[in-house]
Design a protein around this ligand. Structure first.
Ligand SMILES: [Zn+2]
Length: 240
C-alpha cells in the first residue's frame, strides 16, 4: 500500500455515519433518509408549525451524533443540505415573499459555546446559510441552556420550574436588544425561524419561542431535519 493511500485511509471515514457500513462516509440508503418530501406538523406543545424532511429514527440520530460528538465533519454538508431544504419548505409554508430570514438555533450550553463557538445546530445552520445563498439566511445564535446537572439536588417542584426555565438569552444579546430601537427592529421586514436537528413533542421549540417573545422576537415556524411521529398533527404537504 502506497503512502498516499495510507494517508487517505486515515483521513477518510471508514464507516457510514448512519448505519456503520464499512468503507463509506454515508451509504445511499442512509443518504436517502435525508432526502424525504418535506412535511409540516403541528406539535403537541406550542402553536408554531414545524417542518422536517425526514422521519426521526435511529440511523438519522446516529448521523447527527457522529457529527456532534465524533467529529464527523464529512456529514456536515448532507445534514446541512437537509436542513436547508426544510428551511426552504418552512418559508414556503409561511408565504415568505423575500427579505432577510433569521435562523435561531436550538440552545447550546455555555460550555459548548466556549469550546466550539456554538452548538452543532448553530454549525448546521451556518452551513445551511452558505449552501443556500439565495435565501439571505442569517444565524442568530442567542439561546443558551443550563447544564442538566443544575437539576441535581432540586426537589420535584423546583425541578419542574427549572425545566420550564431551562433556556435563556445570551446576556450580551439581551442587553443589545434592550438598548436597540425596537421599532426599527420590528420594521425590518424579515422573518425568524427556529432550527433544530429533531422535533418530537415540540417542547424545546415552544420554550425557545417563549424566551424569544420576551424580546419581541416571534418565530413563525420551526425547521428541523427529522420529525418524530409522537404527538404531532399533520398540517401540510409540499410539492417542493
Ligand atoms: Zn448507512
Amino acid at each position: 500500500m502506497g503512502l498516499l493511500s495510507e494517508v487517505g485511509e486515515l483521513l477518510l471515514p471508514r464507516r457510514c455515519a448512519g448505519c456503520g457500513r464499512e468503507n463509506v462516509s454515508l451509504c445511499t440508503a442512509c443518504l436517502s433518509l435525508l432526502g424525504g418530501i418535506p412535511r409540516a406538523m403541528e406539535p403537541r406543545y406550542g402553536r408554531m408549525p414545524v417542518v422536517g424532511v425526514s422521519e426521526y429514527g435511529s440511523r438519522l440520530s446516529r448521523m447527527v451524533v457522529s457529527f456532534k460528538d465524533e467529529g464527523r465533519r464529512d456529514v456536515l454538508d448532507p445534514l446541512a443540505l437537509a436542513l436547508a431544504r426544510s428551511i426552504t419548505a418552512a418559508l414556503e409554508l409561511t408565504h415568505h415573499s423575500g427579505g432577510p430570514v433569521r435562523l435561531v438555533p436550538a440552545p447550546s450550553s455555555q460550555r459548548a459555546r466556549r469550546r466550539r463557538g456554538g452548538s452543532h445546530i448553530a454549525a448546521l445552520a451556518r452551513r445551511a446559510a452558505e449552501l443556500a445563498p439565495e435565501l439571505s439566511l442569517q444565524v442568530l445564535d442567542v439561546l443558551l441552556t443550563r447544564r442538566s446537572r443544575d437539576q441535581v439536588g432540586l426537589g420535584a417542584h423546583a425541578r419542574e420550574a427549572n425545566v420550564a426555565g431551562s433556556q435563556f438569552l445570551d446576556p450580551s444579546f439581551a442587553a443589545a436588544i434592550a438598548s436597540a430601537d425596537r421599532s426599527a427592529n420590528e420594521s425590518r421586514g424579515g422573518i425568524d425561524l427556529l432550527v433544530d436537528d429533531f422535533a418530537t413533542t415540540g417542547a424545546t421549540l415552544a420554550e425557545s419561542a417563549r424566551v424569544l417573545a420576551s424580546v419581541q422576537i416571534r418565530p413563525t415556524a420551526g425547521a428541523v431535519i427529522g420529525l418524530g411521529r409522537g404527538g404531532t398533527r399533520f398540517v401540510s404537504p409540499f410539492t417542493v
